[in-house]
Design a protein around this ligand. Structure first.
Ligand code: ASP
Length: 315
């Protein structure tokens, strides 16, 4: 149902399950963190903040939180280093900013936002992105800021599995990549003026190849926003989302088939499964502010506020 002057907000903290690896206390902690960040996003929207400001705020708070695979909690690549990807999109203008394979930027989403606002290009990578960041006095962080104890242990396990001969894409290594991970982050919002925005930020896959870029910074794959349709943020095995251009596929289901949020997310996920047997999920807010989600993994960490209502969180 259209609700013209209410707001909606959704966050995700990654596809996959915490069941095998986490105690209830830690699961409660995740839930609390999602709720706190949703409430901060709510305040931003209530104070008249735009959808774009709200997703920037929420995504950067998630990046600062080492529970999540983005910013400080980023997973490590095959060299035991952090390389991050992020993107943000404004549904009002279709302007977008993206960064890939960046290092030492405390909040990749803020750099993506600066690109959206100030750059003639949509995506900058590696050292070029860092150089651009220098113009905007974005906060830098030394490499050890990103190297949390958990991430080093997780990487060592993945690295050792790889070394004893498992194929890089074997199911065994995939189990490490997906089920023993904490989760990429995403934030999507609709503000009281009906503007939509989406942000996705990640450290990528555990033990990924040096230089590998996933779906998160690819406009239309891991992130998309268009006021005419919806805002979407994806999480999961990035290559599956790139090959199905899943965020734009979900948007197109609304644009060309007139589906509502629930149906668009259901059909996008069915498409992901049917075409590539993809692993992961998405969150979606349509132009009416309706919230929906879908995933092919056992679970996905996510939370939402629909039409200015209560805060919900599901792990
Ligand atoms: N989609 C991210 C990537 O492939 C990973 C994730 O969502 O956890 O880089």
């Amino acid at each position: 149902m259209p609700k013209n002057n209410t707001y909606s907000l959704m966050l995700h903290g990654g596809a996959g399950t915490l069941d095998n690896v986490k105690t209830q206390e830690i699961i409660d902690h995740y839930s609390e963190q999602i709720r706190v960040i949703l409430e901060k996003g709510r305040s931003c929207l209530l104070e008249g903040g735009s959808a774009l400001d709200t997703v920037t705020l929420c995504a950067s708070l998630l990046e600062d939180n080492e529970l999540f695979n983005a910013g400080k909690g980023s997973v490590l690549n095959e060299d035991g280093e952090v390389e991050m990807d992020a993107a943000i999109m404004d549904g009002k203008t279709l302007k977008a900013g993206a960064v890939a394979s960046i290092k030492n930027i405390k909040n990749p989403i803020k750099l993506a936002r600066s690109i959206l606002e100030e750059c003639e290009h949509v995506m900058l990578i590696g050292q070029g992105a860092n150089r651009f960041a220098n113009h905007f006095n974005l906060e830098m962080a030394p490499s050890d800021y990103f190297l949390t104890e958990d991430r080093v242990k997780q990487w060592q396990a993945a690295y050792q599995s790889n070394r004893i001969g498992l194929d890089h894409d074997s199911q065994d290594l995939m189990e490490i990549k997906y089920d023993d991970k904490y989760g990429t982050i995403g934030a999507i919002a609709r503000d009281i003026n009906g503007n939509l925005a989406a942000a996705t930020s990640t450290g990528g896959l555990v033990n990924k190849r040096y230089g590998r870029v996933g779906d998160s910074p690819i406009i239309g794959s891991g992130v998309y926003a268009d006021n005419e349709t919806c805002a979407v943020s994806c999480t999961g095995y990035g290559e599956d989302f790139m090959r199905t251009v899943l965020a734009k596929t979900a948007s197109d289901l609304i644009l060309f088939k007139g589906l509502d949020a629930e149906m668009a997310s259901e059909q996008a996920i069915a498409y992901l499964r049917r075409k590539v047997n993809g692993r992961g999920g998405l969150i979606l807010i349509d132009y009416n502010g309706n919230c929906a989600k879908g995933f092919t993994t056992n679970k996905m960490i996510h939370g939402w506020i629909q039409h200015g209502g209560n805060t919900y969180c599901k792990l």
